[in-house]
Design a protein around this ligand. Structure first.
Ligand SMILES: Cc1cc2nc3c(=O)[nH]c(=O)nc-3n(C[C@H](O)[C@H](O)[C@H](O)COP(=O)(O)OP(=O)(O)OC[C@H]3O[C@@H](n4cnc5c(N)ncnc54)[C@H](O)[C@@H]3O)c2cc1C
Length: 465
């Protein structure tokens, strides 16, 4: 067994966006931090999102004003600290009077422009559609629409940048290391972990954070958590097809089931369509998009666009699982769209002086940084020496590849050997998938043969790197 001799202040389970954000924040505030993940960084929900840093216009329909305000404020912060990972875009919403009246959308957009305080992005407007760049791709029955701003983000690299910065500030990251169980001993946690090859690891810490996303409820009792956790697991799928229209705007399409579907520009030559919502029973079920979901997304796009899409056009599909907070307010028979995207903390500390366990349920990519601040505030009595909040101002790191170094082998899709070496040495990548789909999106730009050749090359050369 490997025993980590150091006693960490904090051990965080899960290097999704929430665990990564907490690790960065805590390390920068002077805590000694360990972070583990059973898979790749952002290998679960945090690379399968719609890749938006958004206020969540439709949450206004559910009167989630506090969440929308916080999300809009965070949109500003993330634009500031991660300009290299974000991109502001305009969303066009064709008006379909039978689904939502124009007055309702106008009020919603006015709130969207103002709830977050002073916002830097262009404000919303009512626009004629016609034959201009916003109207030309649409069926001619859509005569007018609305336009508003939001932000696209590289979700996997945003997560990675947080882990990188946490490690830069002294955190230790344990990749491919699963938390098995933990027990309290005196005023510490004694944690049993296992590396991918089965090697057991023991680690001690003063406080434990369960940021295991879809697995948080399952893990909670294994860490001695006493409270019952209400969680709903909801799969969301996206499809990527050849670019459907000119222009760098997105569409927000109202569907007749009350949901909205986005069409987003993706890496220049593609369009991404998403998402669906399908309840799941277990986080361990493979979150693959079903044929029904594919059909749903194609129909939603075809209702609005001239250029029809069919399942045979799909170049890539991906799906992720939302762990939604089940506060008992939303009826299980009703749409999961109505379940709040808020997050909640559960602090388990039977008596003062016991080592605390903080479990995180729910959340959005957009609000990860505020979630991290609030999570650490919940542990303030355990860490009275912790420094002040700081993450709203300091930019997240970018990759530091030496572009003058020889690129080496060209694998296609813009991926070269120099970059691969960097991802392995500095970004904890291990598999072809980590590199093709999370460190980059080269997988989308390569042929199947190129992807297979790269995977074979990596398998043969990884140990020597
Ligand atoms: C389809 C879809 C679209 C979305 N779109 C958006 C969007 O556009 N904008 C937005 O703001 N939000 C969006 N979200 C929400 C957002 O993606 C999630 O809230 C966020 O990614 C959750 O991050 P997380 O860190 O909680 O979970 P995850 O990213 O799932 O991370 C949890 C990590 O814990 C690890 N783990 C689990 N158990 C263990 C264990 N025992 N030991 C070690 N590690 C463990 C897992 O491997 C995983 O990496 C979307 C979600 C979905 C599903």
């Amino acid at each position: 067994m490997n025993t980590a001799n150091d006693i960490h202040d904090l051990l965080i389970v899960g290097a999704g966006i929430n665990g990564a954000g907490i690790a960065r924040d805590a390390a920068g505030r002077g805590l000694s931090v360990a972070l583990c993940d059973k898979g790749d960084i952002a290998g679960a929900t945090s690379w399968a999102s719609s890749k938006l840093i958004h206020g969540g216009l439709r949450y206004l329909e559910h009167y989630d004003f506090a969440l929308v305000r916080e999300s809009l404020q965070e949109r500003e912060v993330i634009l500031r600290i991660a300009p290299h990972l974000t991109n502001a875009i305009r969303f066009v919403m064709p008006h379909t009077p039978a689904l939502r009246p124009a007055w309702m959308i106008r009020i919603g957009l006015w709130l969207y422009d103002h709830l977050g305080g002073s916002l830097s992005l262009p404000k919303s407007d009512c626009i004629p559609l016609g034959n201009g760049q916003y109207g030309a791709p649409l069926n001619s029955i859509y005569k007018k629409g609305f336009i508003y701003s939001d932000v696209q983000v590289d979700d996997a690299r945003l997560t990675l940048a947080n882990v990188r910065d946490a490690v830069n500030a002294g955190a230790s990251f344990m990749p491919r290391t699963r938390m098995i169980s933990a027990r309290r001993e005196n005023s510490l946690w004694v944690c049993s972990l296992a590396q991918a090859d089965g090697t057991p690891v023991e680690s001690r810490c003063r406080a434990l954070i369960n940021a295991a996303g879809p697995w948080a409820a399952q893990l909670h009792p294994l860490l001695g958590g006493q409270q019952k956790i209400g969680i709903q697991l909801v799969r969301g799928s996206h499809i990527v097809v050849p670019r459907l229209y000119q222009g760098d705007h997105a569409y927000t399409l109202q569907n007749d089931d009350g949901r909205v579907v986005f069409i987003l520009p993706f890496f220049g030559q593609f369009s991404m369509v998403g998402t669906t919502e399908v309840r799941m029973d277990s986080p361990d079920m493979s979150p693959a998009a079903s044929d029904e979901e594919i059909d749903y997304l194609c129909r939603a796009a075809n209702r609005y666009l001239h250029k029809a899409i069919a399942p045979s056009d799909i170049l890539w599909r991906y799906a992720g699982v939302r762990p939604l907070l089940d506060d008992g307010k939303a009826d299980r028979q009703t749409s999961t769209s109505q379940v709040s995207r808020e997050y909640q903390f559960m602090l388990d500390q039977p008596t003062t002086g016991d080592a605390p366990l903080l479990t995180i349920i729910g959340g959005k990519l957009t609000t990860y940084r505020r979630l991290a601040e609030k999570a650490l505030a919940r542990l303030a009595s355990t860490f009275p020496h912790m420094g002040p909040t700081w993450t709203a101002e300091k930019p997240l790191p970018d990759r530091e590849i030496d572009q003058n170094a020889s690129p080496g082998i060209d694998f296609g899709g813009g991926l070269c050997e120099r970059d691969v070496r960097y991802f392995l040495a500095h970004e904890w990548a291990q598999d072809a998938e980590d590199i093709l789909w999370r460190r980059t999106k080269a997988g989308l730009l390569m042929t199947r043969e190129q992807r297979d050749m790269f995977a074979t090359w990596l398998e043969a050369n990884r140990c020597a790197m």
